[in-house]
Structures are given as structure tokens and as C-alpha cells.
Design a protein around this ligand. Structure first.
Ligand SMILES: Cc1ncc(COP(=O)(O)O)c(C=O)c1O
Length: 277
């Protein structure tokens, strides 16, 4: 683990990341020492820093430190956390010291490989996401809504939960973005009031468009999710998971577009890695 470039694992309790969740993070897949979709992750990190008015540490430096941490990892997860650093008066960020940068790797989560081919079960969460256009889309450190939503179930047969906003529209999964597929049309929730604009979501949109799908970002109701021909959820670690069941509705996973699946895996994790799975 590197904290501000030093091999250490302790950060001051006065750090605003701990005090207020005043910061941002990225979670990347690392395969054979290569962090997947690195530039896209770093762009979102920079955009998040701009939104929160955190002085983003030098991207070249962050890249160097990521390379150092990732180089010995065969298959793992790399996390980058940037906080506003220590200091300021209470919530007032004026006079905060230098931003902190934390970079470390963790083992690959043990998701069965057949989730990608056979799909997963999805539930509907009771926890709702509040609206705040200033925070919508970015991957900030305040994740209590996701923690509450994920605490709603313990069954291992359920892999992900759909979260709605306070107006009852579908926004995303607890750790992923959601897509509904109907023929040649793919819809994914608009994220202008809440939700994380996932890197893998961007990849799916690109791949789907290149395959001739009409992709739109729109308001999506639970009824629309249930009526969709197919659903899938995405993030930078899982790639793309087709949905087998959402609450009481079953979907025909066997018909899931293999080209879309493979295209996303190929772009998301590079061609060689996708081919070797
Ligand atoms: C709440 C939430 N939404 C969406 C995503 C997907 O983001 P990405 O594709 O960048 O991994 C994540 C990833 O962890 C998440 O936590």
C-alpha cells in the first residue's frame, strides 16, 4: 500500500476522507500487472476532483504509483483514493493541507465464472438514493446509501440489488450500473441527480452502439425493468453480468447477445485477457 508515495498503511485521523468522506475513489481490475481502463478511471477521478474542488495530485505521479503497486498482481483489484487531506475548520475545506493519495491492491473477489454466462439474481432494495446533482455521476467517498442497501440481504443466491431514487425511478445496482435490453434498443438510467456513472457503463454504451444498438439514457421505472426482454449489470470488476431473475421475473439469459458480452469483456479487460477466459 502506498500513502502519499510511501509504503505505509496509516493515515491521520484528521484526514477529511475519514472525517467527512471528503474525497473520491476508483476501483480497477488488474490483470497480468496491467490496470484495465486506466485512462478512463483517471479521467473520472480528475472530473470528480474538479467537481469537489480538490486539487488533484499529479496524474503522472498517480500513474507511476499505480504501476508500482500493480506490477506483481496477476489478477486483482486496485483501489485509488484521493482525499482533500487533513485540516480546514470543521466542514470548511479552506486551509486543508495537501490532498492525500492512497493506492493499494486487494485479491480478486471470488465470483463464480458462470455468473457471466448463466447470469445472476437481482433483488429490489428498499434503501433509496437522495438527489444531489452536484454529486451525481462522480465516485465520491460517501457510500452509506450503498452500505445500507447491501445490508438488506444475506442470501448468497442474490448477487446484486437494484436501488431506486427517492422518486421511485431505477438508478443503479448497489455496486453496478443497470441496462434494459429490448430488441435493438438498450436503455440505462439517467444519472443527472444521483448514481455513479460507471466506467464499464461507458464501455457497454460504446460497444452496444458499435454493434448497432440504439442506446439511450432515460428515466426507467421498476415496471419497465420487469417488462424488459433482458437485463444486465456492469462494473469494472465484474465486467458484464446478464440478469437471470429480478424479483419474481425470469429472463432468457441463453439468448443474451454474446457479441455484446464478448465485446465488453474484450474492451474492458483487453483482447488477450478476454480470450483466455
Ligand atoms: C454505486 C455504484 N454504481 C456503479 C458502479 C460501477 O462503476 P464502474 O463501472 O466504474 O466500476 C459502482 C462500482 O463500484 C458502484 O459502486
Amino acid at each position: 500500500m502506498l500513502i502519499n508515495g510511501q509504503a505505509q498503511d496509516l493515515l491521520s485521523v484528521s484526514d477529511r476522507g475519514l472525517q467527512y468522506g471528503d474525497g473520491l475513489f476508483e476501483t480497477l481490475a488488474v490483470i497480468d500487472g496491467v490496470p484495465a481502463l486506466l485512462d478512463r478511471h483517471l479521467q473520472r477521478l480528475q472530473a470528480g476532483c474538479q467537481r469537489l474542488k480538490i486539487d488533484c495530485p499529479d496524474i503522472g505521479l498517480i500513474k507511476q504509483e499505480i504501476a508500482l503497486e500493480a506490477k506483481a498482481v496477476v489478477r486483482g483489484v486496485l483501489k485509488v483514493i484521493i482525499t482533500r487531506g487533513s485540516g480546514g475548520r470543521g466542514y470548511n475545506p479552506a486551509d486543508a493541507a495537501q490532498p492525500s493519495r492512497i493506492i493499494y491492491t486487494a485479491p480478486w473477489p471470488e465470483y463464480p465464472d458462470n455468473y457471466r454466462t448463466e447470469g445472476v439474481n437481482l433483488r429490489l432494495c428498499r434503501t433509496r438514493l437522495g438527489w444531489n446533482s452536484q454529486l451525481a455521476g462522480i465516485k465520491h467517498l460517501n457510500r452509506l446509501e450503498q452500505v445500507l442497501a447491501r445490508a438488506e440481504w444475506r442470501e448468497t443466491t442474490i448477487s446484486e440489488g437494484v436501488i431506486l431514487d427517492t422518486s421511485g425511478q431505477v438508478i443503479e445496482g448497489t455496486m453496478s450500473n443497470i441496462f434494459a435490453i429490448n430488441g435493438s434498443e438498450i436503455a440505462t438510467p439517467k444519472l443527472d441527480q444521483c448514481g455513479v456513472a460507471g466506467i464499464m457503463r461507458g464501455v457497454v454504451i460504446e460497444v452496444a452502439q458499435s454493434l448497432g444498438y440504439q442506446v439511450s439514457e432515460q428515466r426507467i421505472s421498476v415496471a419497465q425493468l420487469k417488462q424488459a426482454e433482458q437485463l444486465c449489470c456492469t462494473n469494472s470488476i465484474i465486467g458484464i453480468w446478464p440478469i437471470r431473475r429480478f424479483e419474481d421475473v425470469h429472463y432468457a439469459v441463453g439468448r443474451f447477445d454474446q457479441q455484446l458480452l464478448e465485446g465488453v469483456m474484450a474492451l474492458g479487460f483487453s483482447h488477450e485477457q478476454a480470450a483466455s477466459r
